[in-house]
Design a binder for this molecule. Sequence first.
Ligand SMILES: NC(=O)c1ccc[n+]([C@@H]2O[C@H](COP(=O)([O-])OP(=O)(O)OC[C@H]3O[C@@H](n4cnc5c(N)ncnc54)[C@H](OP(=O)(O)O)[C@@H]3O)[C@@H](O)[C@H]2O)c1
Length: 257
Amino acid sequence: MATALITGASSGIGLEFAIEFAKHNHDLILVARSEAKLKELADAVKAKYKVTVHVLVKDLGSDKQVDEVHNYTLMQNIQVDYLVNNAGLGDYGAFADEDWNKINSMIDVNIKALTRLSWLYVREMIQRKKGRIMNVASTAAFQPGPYMAVYYASKSYVLLLSEAMANELKDHGITVTALCPGATESGFADTANARDTRLFKRKIPSSAAVAAYGYKAMMKGKTVAIHGTMNYMMAQSVRFAPRKTVTAIAAKINNKD
Ligand SMILES: NC(=O)c1ccc[n+]([C@@H]2O[C@H](COP(=O)([O-])OP(=O)(O)OC[C@H]3O[C@@H](n4cnc5c(N)ncnc54)[C@H](OP(=O)(O)O)[C@@H]3O)[C@@H](O)[C@H]2O)c1
């Protein structure tokens, strides 16, 4: 049985990834800070599917705790076949007014932990000549995002890192997928204080739909997987429009009026 390590599994897209992987008979390692939510999910999954579930309560904003995730799999002799770097957070507000701790968390979780876990596990995958990594980016990755500037920039990093890794690893039997959801129903908008932006004040897809799409894209070895036709078209169109115009449109979409 193969094992999937999923970060940010306590809520939203990550929680649905856990169910999706279990449905396909994969053992799970669930990582997040919320112990009760992870345990509840582990119990629900074990009751329904014949899979082994490990719960790791870790704050991925801490370098030490990121390494503890890897050390756990080494000590337990668990081979991670699928790494899903899903944990992430956003923050709404003008760059100059943002709380530094939130900026720091976005850089630590969205960028640093994702990079460190990818680096640690890809080296094991290279030895086995097999493995798949999915990094959850966003449609935010395709343009600058005024009023969520650091978040958009962090997701651009995730997209570009994933595409470069996919290219380097294509002859090693390893695939890297950048999953790019658009606005999705989850805890994200509340954590980011973005619930009343134009982006979230409309009908948006469920986390379950995004996770099912992401799972398929990862298993096909797709490098960039944009969820939804409209999101796909938006991501393509920004390549041909003047950058100032693209940035102004993003500012409007992120507006709270
Ligand atoms: N929802 C959207 O509109 C949307 C769109 C595009 C991309 N995304 C991306 O999708 C991914 C999943 O987000 P979501 O929408 O499912 O939001 P969510 O419901 O808020 O879930 C975020 C997950 O990340 C975990 N997390 C946050 N900070 C963490 C930390 N310091 N250490 C460990 N885990 C941490 C949270 O767990 P704990 O709080 O328990 O630690 C939670 O499980 C994120 O990377 C997000 O940027 C979301």
